[in-house]
Design a binder for this molecule. Sequence first.
Ligand SMILES: [Zn+2]
Ligand SMILES: [Zn+2]
Length: 401
Amino acid sequence: MRGARIEVTGIVQGVGFRPFVYRLAKKTGITGYVKNMGNSVEILAVGGGEEINDFLAGLERDAPPLARIDNVSVQPTDEKDLQAFKIVESSSAGGSGSVLPPDVCICETCLAEINDPSNPRYGYPFTVCVDCGARYTIIETVPYDRVNTSMTDFPMCSECKREYEDPVDRRFHAEPTCCPACGPSYHLYYGSKLVDVINPVEAAVGKLDEGRIVAVMGVGGTHLASALDDTVVQRLRRRFNRPEKPFAIMVRGLEAASKFASLSEIEKRLLTSLRRPIVAVQKKSLAPELVAPGLDNIGIMLPYTALHHLMFNYTDADGFVMTSANLPGEHMFTEAEKVVASGFSDYCLVHNRRILNRVDDSVLRVVGGRPAFIRRSRGYVPEPIQLEKESMEVVLGLEIG
Ligand SMILES: [Zn+2]
Ligand SMILES: [Zn+2]
């Protein structure tokens, strides 16, 4: 076989799959191309039989962590040797039925960048790369290219473009990539007035530490945040008209989580997973009573975006209340104007990137040693649910607000 036409289906868009295929082709001496087809990736691989076998073996074995390969079909072809391996323009053919990637937490490399004063992305809340960050929440349509996301509102600066076009860079074809020079930004409002500060995130955290209620717009919606203090939480409850609803808290790490709850190993794994759900866990007496009044469990999550990590950089607090901001019976706010107009909070920390698909925090609880969904959303949606048996009966429920 001199060549193979390969079709890969599964979660292969927005997870660094094409750059991975490019690097694999270089490594195994393959020429040809890789192309995004909307609901699959098409690869033409030209080379000797051994090279093609190595290439095919690596395709499944070394796929990026966020990719999920459902099927690989291989058709032999008699293509002539090509000069190089290329990533070619996407085709919109076969765009329906695509599996889009969910939004996952910031990776360790990006986290190191936002904490490094010498890095251009130091302190930048939208830092992302091909292995991490926003996906589904910013996608308008397939194929997953920047032009089909809300990042199309932010043309790349020359340095971001250089990274995006460099096959050995980890931001090669990272569609949401941006930097402080070219990307979205946060703004702080007091009531409906814009607050003139150099660092709105730091200023917002200062207000939280003072006991103010702050609406925090994030990747797929908006949280109402407050300090972990019963007096402040009581104010939040009155203002938000939620006398008893259990509020979730975000804590800076597992050590802080252990102050408020008893955690099993599986709960720790869920809390620190790429998907970063809220996990309902056994409450300890140190947890403020009014966060989850009358309950013996509490919903805890760890920081998942660059913004959240930056928030904890600006405070000594172990955590904050972070509850979804929505009107009763309605969806969580996804538009900055509505967040500001809602009047739920003293301050609003909002950004100017359009949220195209709203996602609430996922909520899990470990039952009988296995995770069970209370709400399946951020980090999991829109991944399909794979059922174990074809004849299984499935009951679906709808939750609003
Ligand atoms: Zn990253
Ligand atoms: Zn830039």
